[in-house]
Design a protein around this ligand. Structure first.
Ligand code: NAP
Length: 278
């Protein structure tokens, strides 16, 4: 790495598993940009101080992952609409003249992956979203913006799903249901934005909510997507119409990269390389 390489980082806790350094380094290599992109393990009590120190010492951009995404928005001096809507940030950028701007690329990364990589035109389709955490919020807004005919949100804690639907404020198109209140419904797209694949738990959903024309998309990837994939295929989703979140991971990184470097990388070779591993 050259001495002039510009400093970027991803903050999380834990963070050693993060693919962000590999992804950003591959983008930078493609475009001939000298980059020093590191992981920074920040315990919750140290996160704000570490971020401020990183930027004070010349850091040019930071990604943020669990468990810091909400605090990342709160610490910022300015935020984009995408960050405000999701109540969390995964991309921090220093402002000219001082301060930090918070942005969230999860929603745009999801839509780009499912539409451009997988060819699923979201317009006019009925979508079911499982979960109401930070990632689900981003996906909910993105699905609405992309023109789904209807969006149904279910969550273990139903009040959190209601909060998202209330914030979206389009009751004719976006509604909530209880996990056990989906009998008799059928969806073109089911998106898993819960952390069940990581933390453990069951997809106790009626199999009738999907048919063989339905697509299932899990924000998780690798072994963490095995549970939802198993449920989806058992319920009738064609195996090649199951998508995991690896492409979203690459696309949300590309959106952050473009924000920082003003150039859009070609995500396909990076996705293909990671696909060999996951
Ligand atoms: P989060 O804010 O912690 O939300 C977790 C969600 O999962 C909540 O809705 C929670 O329900 C639900 N949940 C957890 N355990 C459950 C269980 N046993 N049964 C039912 N629901 C359960 O997490 P997040 O940041 O939104 O992330 C969600 C997932 O998306 C994670 O696995 C993360 O790795 C993945 N993700 C992937 C990408 C990507 O680029 N591919 C980007 C962002 C996130 P309650 O509200 O009831 O607690």
């Amino acid at each position: 790495m050259s001495a002039e390489a510009h400093r970027y980082a991803v903050f999380g806790h834990p963070i050693a598993h993060s693919l962000s350094p590999d992804i950003h380094s591959a983008f930078a290599a493609q475009l001939g940009i000298a980059l020093d992109y590191r992981t920074i393990d920040a315990a919750p009590e140290d996160f704000v101080a570490q971020v401020k120190r990183f930027f004070a010492e010349g850091g040019l951009g930071a990604n943020v992952t669990l468990p810091h995404k909400n605090v990342a928005l709160a610490l910022a001096d300015k935020h984009t609409e995408a960050a405000a809507r999701t109540g969390s940030a995964n991309t921090l950028t220093p402002l000219v003249g001082g301060g930090i701007e918070a942005h969230n690329t999860d929603g745009s990364g999801f839509v780009r992956d499912i539409t451009e990589r997988h060819g699923f035109d979201l317009r006019g389709h009925d979508a079911l979203l499982l979960g109401a955490g930070g990632a689900a919020k981003a996906v909910a807004w993105a699905l609405m913006d992309a023109g789904v005919r209807s969006l149904t949100i279910v969550n273990r804690t139903p009040e959190r799903a209601d909060e998202i639907a209330d914030a979206i404020g389009e009751p004719a198109r976006c509604r909530t249901r209880y996990w056990d209140g989906l009998e008799g419904e059928c969806f073109d797209l089911v998106v898993n934005a819960t952390s069940i694949g990581v933390t453990g738990g069951d997809f106790a959903l009626p199999m009738s909510i999907v048919q063989d024309h339905s697509t299932a998309y899990d924000l998780c990837y690798g072994t963490a997507s095995a549970g939802f994939k198993g449920w989806a295929i058992a319920a009738g989703v064609r195996p090649d119409w199951f998508r995991d979140g690896l492409g979203m991971l690459v696309e949300q990184a590309a959106d952050a990269f473009e924000r920082w470097h003003g150039q859009r990388p070609d995500t396909d070779p990076v996705y293909r390389e990671l696909r060999q591993r996951y």
